[in-house]
Design a protein around this ligand. Structure first.
Ligand code: HEM
Length: 273
């Protein structure tokens, strides 16, 4: 994960819709669910090997099996990128590269407002911990809603009108609420993807947008207190830990990845439409 080293050719084609006959980018035609099906057979195979190895380890080394699970989540997510977004991507680009975006402050603000709603929802869900082990994911240091609040205040001081959350944000937030009560494994897939995507491609996008429309201002959204790599590793360890008791639930969690891309893609689309 080294967003800073990404080339400017890195596309957002992952989240961008195909062009219509008129040459415009269609809002409605994006369908992540229709993306190349994620093969989880290989992942399952790797997990079996990892699980076998883990049985031979001392309890002190626990986390290895869980670690394998985060690697599986990551592998599934990486396959849903395009090659120009990330080396491990497997999808064909279908949309303009980030470098060709012409973001507006209004569109970016819609993205930030909807993102704040999504992060706030994730934070409230783990705070409430309707499922007791969600409490493991409180105060990870990755939380973004306060940082976004500060950024929105800054935009306001600059004279911009802050919009209300819009459909992509409210729809995703409701879906997360529902999953968190009914389907913890699927919820955790979103939790992982939202937080980790933001620290990778999300940061790269923020840098590009800032260069184009914010005079290179670095928003709080892209700053973390402490060592980000360590914060991410701590969350990986916790994800690994909770997943140790999952068996088929792991596949269920992995299968949710495409939806996670679809919902996040709808938010990102605010930036360039
Ligand atoms: C379209 C914009 C996107 C771009 C340009 C992008 C780019 C990247 C890049 C460059 C990486 C790092 C690859 C590496 O470690 O070598 C990455 C990682 C990742 N991305 Fe994306 N990505 C995008 C959207 C998304 C979306 C929508 C999701 C899911 C909601 C997502 C989920 C992830 C995850 C889970 C990782 C792994 C992070 C880690 O291991 O720390 N990405 N992405």
């Amino acid at each position: 994960m080294a967003p800073a080293s990404l080339s400017s050719a890195h596309a957002l084609s992952l989240i961008a819709p195909p062009k219509t006959a008129s040459g415009r980018w269609s809002r409605l035609s994006v369908n992540f669910a229709a993306a190349r099906p994620v093969s989880i057979a290989a992942a399952t195979q790797r997990r079996l090997v990892a699980a076998a190895a883990a049985t031979e380890m001392a309890p002190a080394a626990s986390g290895e099996e869980g670690k394998a699970f985060v690697e599986e989540m990551r592998a599934v997510a990486m396959r849903l990128h395009t090659k120009d977004q990330a080396r491990e991507g497997e999808k064909e680009p279908q949309a303009p590269p980030v470098a060709k975006w012409e973001p507006s402050v209004e569109g970016y603000l819609r993205f930030l407002v909807d993102s704040r709603l999504v992060f706030q929802t994730l934070e409230e869900i783990v705070e409430r911990a309707a499922v007791p082990w969600y409490a493991e994911f409180r105060n990870t240091g990755l939380e973004r809603s306060e940082a976004l609040k500060k950024d929105l205040e800054w935009f306001k001081q600059e004279g911009h009108t802050i919009p209300e959350p819009s459909a992509p944000g409210t729809t995703y937030a409701s879906y997360l609420e529902e999953l968190s009560e009914k389907d913890p494994q699927a919820f955790i897939c979103h939790f992982y993807n939202v937080y980790f995507a933001h620290t990778a491609g999300g940061r790269m996008i923020g840098k590009k947008v800032s260069e184009k429309i914010l005079n290179k201002k670095e928003l709080e959204f892209y700053k973390w207190e402490g060592n980000l790599s360590q914060l991410l590793q701590n969350v990986r360890n916790k994800l690994n830990q909770v997943a140790t008791s999952w068996s088929r639930e792991k596949d269920h969690c992995l299968e949710e990845t495409e939806k996670s891309f679809a919902y996040s893609g709808d938010l990102l689309r605010h930036i360039f439409t």
